[in-house]
Ligand binder design. Structure first.
Ligand code: LLP
Length: 383
């Protein structure tokens, strides 16, 4: 929650900046820990959502693993205290160097997305005299009902291995000397708001397990990926972690001793961050006036890239009258907009706005297009 004390500090700091509510982060990760522990589930935090070391150190302190999609994310995880044996590494295009980083760090699993990738991992592991632990990332062909840019588990997507491509992979694994098949991995997409797609995923996983068992293959773990959505309309509300984990407990048909792993990103950090920006100008517009703020798509790209909604609040206006505004940034692109026809109290130059639910895929996706400065960082517990 943003309090008077925070606001006082906000007025002194250069805008725009990310504000992290560390109490809310703490509360969120504690709930995730408690609800996942009920079933003995393992959670890897998907560090692509927010790789800020201050945030990572908080998350690692509760014993979570990490989920990485680049060699640098593996290195960042290690620097922040995630042990190698709790690091999962996914991605369709792992470079040789990144694979070597994973091998040297003895990671929990390479989540492998194709036969050629598997062949390279086998070769490199042989050279390093290591045995790589591998989970096959399988495309379950489950519709996630989310934005198409963040749908990953349907047949035409570049991610995962389609069922009809599995047999040659199984044949190769039979002769690969430097690979141990330890699990099966799935991920259907991100910002999945309803539970139905996760239910469909469980049913698919059960079928796919049968396929493997019929070939005498018994993977030790099932990694169901991430994707649990947050409520962008209600930034103070946390996801239903209890319902989410219990669903997997209820529906997954596990084999004896089989472990379940999750890769949650957005749901752990999303509600803990806001982008704070200052109003530069109010400009007449055709249907509604423009509020021109000093943050742009370089600081938070989600609205421009996915037409994403983020709730916007005026933190400083004392006006009781409301107006509708188009809230835009200073970048030379028409997509540089944070929202159209947004109702705010009468707003003026110098007001501070909070763009909420920006803790996930906010700071990590900043760019310096237009040679913009990076936004600042403010943490609630350092005020
Ligand atoms: N596991 C894999 C293999 C993934 O690709 C992702 C996200 C996750 C886990 C974590 O998903 P989450 O729990 O955060 O939904 N930039 C986009 C989101 C891209 C998600 C990419 N993969 C956005 O701003 O909405």
């Amino acid at each position: 929650m943003i309090t008077e004390k925070h606001l006082k500090r906000f007025r002194e700091v250069r805008t725009p900046f990310y504000f992290y509510d560390m109490d809310l982060l703490e509360r969120t990760i504690e709930i995730v820990k408690k609800e996942s522990a009920r079933y003995g589930f393992n959670v890897h935090y998907a560090i692509k959502a927010n790789a800020n070391p201050v945030i990572l150190k908080r998350i690692v302190s509760l014993g979570f693993g990490s989920d990485c999609v680049s060699g640098n994310e593996i290195l960042r995880s290690l620097e922040c205290g995630f042990p190698g044996h709790k690091i999962a590494f996914a991605g369709v295009g792992k470079s040789d160097n990144e694979i070597l980083t994973g091998l040297k760090s003895d990671i929990f699993s390479f989540n492998v997305e194709s036969l050629p990738e598997l062949e390279v991992i086998d070769q490199l592991a042989g050279k390093e005299k290591k045995v790589a632990r591998v989970a096959l990332r399988i495309n379950p062909n489950v519709e996630a009902f989310t934005h198409k840019y963040i749908t990953t588990g349907i047949e035409e997507s570049k991610f995962g291995i389609n069922m009809w491509d599995l047999q040659p992979i199984i044949d190769f694994l039979g002769s690969a000397k430097n690979i141990s098949l330890t699990g099966l991995h799935f991920h259907i997409g991100s910002q999945v708001k309803r539970f139905t797609p996760f239910k469909a995923l469980c049913i698919k996983i059960n079928e796919i397990q049968e396929w493997f068992n019929n070939r005498n293959i018994f993977p030790g773990h099932i990694n169901v990926g991430g994707g649990l959505g947050i409520d962008y309309e209600n930034p103070d509300v946390l996801p239903d972690f209890s319902g989410y984990f219990s669903l997997f407990d209820e529906l997954l048909e596990l084999r004896k001793g089989q472990q379940v792993h999750f890769e949650l990103g957005r749901s752990l950090v999303g509600q803990a961050g806001s982008l704070i920006t200052k109003v530069l100008y109010i400009k007449n517009g055709l249907q509604s006036d423009f509020v021109i703020v000093d943050a742009g798509m370089t600081d938070l790209i989600r609205p421009a890239l996915y037409q994403a909604y983020h709730k916007i609040e005026n933190l400083t206006s004392i006006n009781t009258e409301n107006s509708r505004y188009n809230i835009v940034g200073p970048i030379c692109e028409s997509t540089d907009s944070f929202g159209k026809f947004i109702e705010l109290p009468e707003t003026q130059r110098g007001d501070l706005l909070a763009i909420r639910s920006a803790g996930a895929y906010g700071e990590v996706m900043i760019s310096n297009y237009n040679l913009r400065d990076k936004p600042g960082l403010v943490y609630s517990d350092k005020i």
